[in-house]
Structure formats: structure tokens, C-alpha cells
Design a protein around this ligand. Structure first.
Ligand code: PCA
Length: 199
């Protein structure tokens, strides 16, 4: 079993991305599961291209992408990616698409092909709060989740894929009163127990 895990570089003027910090702390192996990691630019199009390339190189069984959802209070496992780019802020190369389809010939949306409820149960059993999310937003995270599932459907690839959003870590909210966060170790524990499901 080989899992390609991706995470985004910091964006929106921040110097940390909690999802990237999480990925860095994942081991190369969990039991007999090989974890292959890729840091992805927070850039429309380029993010999809880089993950497609990694899928071609690595032939993973699963692609699990991680992103930061600042303001959320728990790990959220995404159910669906929609065919819309609508960026509230520019990406890391200044692109800010608005109300644009991601792929003209794609479906309106693709569901995660991961067992999202089992993943949430696994994270909760580890003592970390996780929930289903019914929207991955309309920024680069939704864009990437959509792009990966689009490619798998188009090319009939034997790969399952989905997306997990993680909250801020405490150091990111030191000056943001009232904004929730979760200790990095807790996020890592949650993601690891989720990955263990696939052993
Ligand atoms: N979060 C952003 C993009 C990169 C990331 O980690 C999002 O939720 O779209």
C-alpha cells in the first residue's frame, strides 16, 4: 500500500501552513504503508500539474491531500470538490480566478472516493475531534481535490483520492483572539490514525 500525501506551501502572506507542518511530521512508513510526501505550490493549475506528475511517477494506491482551513476548529474530511474557482485572495503567483470552471469538460462535482466516515471515526477514536465537511471552499484546496478526482475519472485510474483540511496550529493564532487552533501533535496523531485505516 502506497499513499501519496500532499500539502501546500504557506499562502496568503503567512509563513506557516499547518497542513505542511503536519505532513513534515508524518513517518515514511506506518506499518506496511509507504507514505510518499509532496509539497505543492499554492497556485491554481500548477498545484494540479504537480500532483498529476507525482501520481504518474509514484503510482500510489491512494492520494490524500492536506490543506489548512484557518478558522475551522477540528480536522475536517472533505466530502466533495466542485467545478469552481472563486478566489477571495490571490494565490502565491498572483492568480485570482473568479467564478471560473476548473475543467470545462468536467462534472459539476466529484465526491471523495475515500471512506470519509471511517476516517472520521478513526481520528475521533484517537481522541482528536474530526467532522465531515461538505465544502472544500472555492480556492486552491478545492481546485486540487477537483483536479485529482477529475484526472482519476477521465483516465479510469485505479487510485482513490480525497482531501483533509486541518485547523491552524496555536502559534499561528497568537495574535488572532478567538480564532480556534489545534496543537500540531494532535493534528499529526489524528492524520496518522486515519492513514492506519488503509494498512
Ligand atoms: N489551504 C487553502 C489553499 C492552500 C491551503 O493549505 C485552501 O483551503 O484552499
Amino acid at each position: 500500500m502506497k499513499i501519496l500525501v500532499t500539502a501546500f506551501e504557506p499562502f496568503g502572506g503567512e509563513s506557516i501552513n499547518s497542513a505542511l507542518e503536519t505532513m513534515k511530521l508524518l513517518p515514511q512508513y506506518i506499518g506496511n504503508i509507504q507514505i510518499v510526501k509532496r509539497e505543492i505550490p499554492t497556485v491554481f493549475r500548477k498545484s494540479i500539474q504537480e500532483v498529476w506528475k507525482a501520481m504518474e511517477q509514484e503510482h500510489p494506491d491512494l492520494v490524500i491531500s492536506l490543506g489548512q482551513a484557518g478558522g475551522r476548529n477540528c480536522i475536517s474530511v472533505e466530502r466533495i470538490a466542485i467545478n469552481v474557482d472563486d478566489a477571495g485572495i490571490p494565490d502565491n503567483e498572483g492568480n485570482q480566478p473568479m467564478d471560473k470552471p476548473i475543467f470545462e469538460d468536467g462534472e459539476n462535482a466529484y465526491f471523495s472516493t475515500l471512506p470519509i466516515k471511517d476516517m472520521i471515526n478513526a481520528i475521533n477514536m484517537a481522541g482528536i475531534h474530526a467532522e465531515v465537511s461538505n465544502s472544500a471552499g472555492t480556492y486552491v484546496c478545492n481546485h486540487l481535490m477537483y483536479g485529482v478526482l477529475y484526472r482519476i475519472h477521465k483516465d479510469n485510474m485505479n487510485i482513490k483520492a480525497g482531501f483533509i483540511h486541518v485547523p491552524y496550529i496555536p502559534e499561528q493564532v497568537a495574535n488572532k483572539p478567538g480564532i480556534p487552533s489545534l496543537p500540531l501533535n494532535d493534528i499529526v496523531t489524528g492524520i496518522k490514525s486515519c492513514l492506519l485505516l488503509f494498512k
